[in-house]
Design a protein around this ligand. Sequence first.
Ligand code: AQP
Length: 327
Amino acid sequence: MAKRMFSGIQPSGNLHIGNYFGAIRPWVALQEQYEGIFCIVNLHAITVVQPPEDLRNWTRELAAWYLASGIDPQRSIIFVQSHVPPHAELGWILQCVAHFGELARMTQFKSKAEDREVVLAGLFTYPTLMAADILLYQTELVPVGEDQRQHVELTRDLADRFNHQYAPVFTLPQLYTPPEGARIMALDDPHKKMSKSSPSDASRIHLLDSPEQIVEKIAHAVTDSGREIRFDRETKPGVSNLLEIYAAATGKEMAEIEAHFAGQGYGTLKREVADALIAELAPVQDRFRQLMRENDLLDHLLAEGAQKAQAIAAETLRRVKDAIGLL
Ligand code: AQP
């Protein structure tokens, strides 16, 4: 049987190129070697209050982006988290395996809680739900962006603790981050990661941005002092981020890219980055628009995906309950 990979994205806003290069595109490539289970994690999205109509739309759109990017529903399972109740159930059980102290150390919680007046309890326990998502499928590989590394490490710790405390139920998953695009930074501040929920639209390239919007946003991206174009995140964070985007969009090696831009100015770099992005995104955008006209097809695929996911998840949950002694 093929090894399994699991990953997901929150329907918490319009997708950006960080989500695409850091997550979705590597999933498509890995489908050759792994059975993919790709979730639209809407229960994670409500750890921050979302307008209900937006949540509904973003959920459907996310399914369309998965398909438009090349996830093949014949080979991989695509489903919505709330359609498969074992996620919430195992999420609770893992809250009773995790320690308060280890959740309090999660850097993503600290940064997401920082600027909020109200911090929902679910934002704090988010990593236990993510661990449940992964462990329900006896997952071997978790392809995600670099920001999720700590959560995947916690998932391994929780699985290991459960296996020793109760019974060896869970497979310990491995993290996978792509060689390029694992950490795309905000265009207006290369010290922060590009994020769906940042208030600044200029900080990110949305997957649905037009060629004109892409050119304009890249033209306004923050660069660094000096004129040299080379990859060095410490001293040239803005230029390095543009080079990383270029590498992700073209598939070229960094040494080759640096040689290509040697002696050129920032204007040329920005024009070529924008062109590379436009070329990469155009066919995906066309397929996305086509799929969004076929609502019935999306609903049908999601229902089918939920059924397949439920069958696998329910079996793991049955073994978990049995191991704990839940009658
Ligand atoms: N900037 C990024 N560079 C590379 N990968 C990224 N990912 C997110 N941002 C970047 C990867 O995208 C996947 C889905 O992320 P998510 O929706 O579950 O949550 P997130 O990591 O919190 O992403 P966002 O876009 O910043 O959303 P909000 O603002 O809603 O929190 C993950 O694999 C992630 O690593």
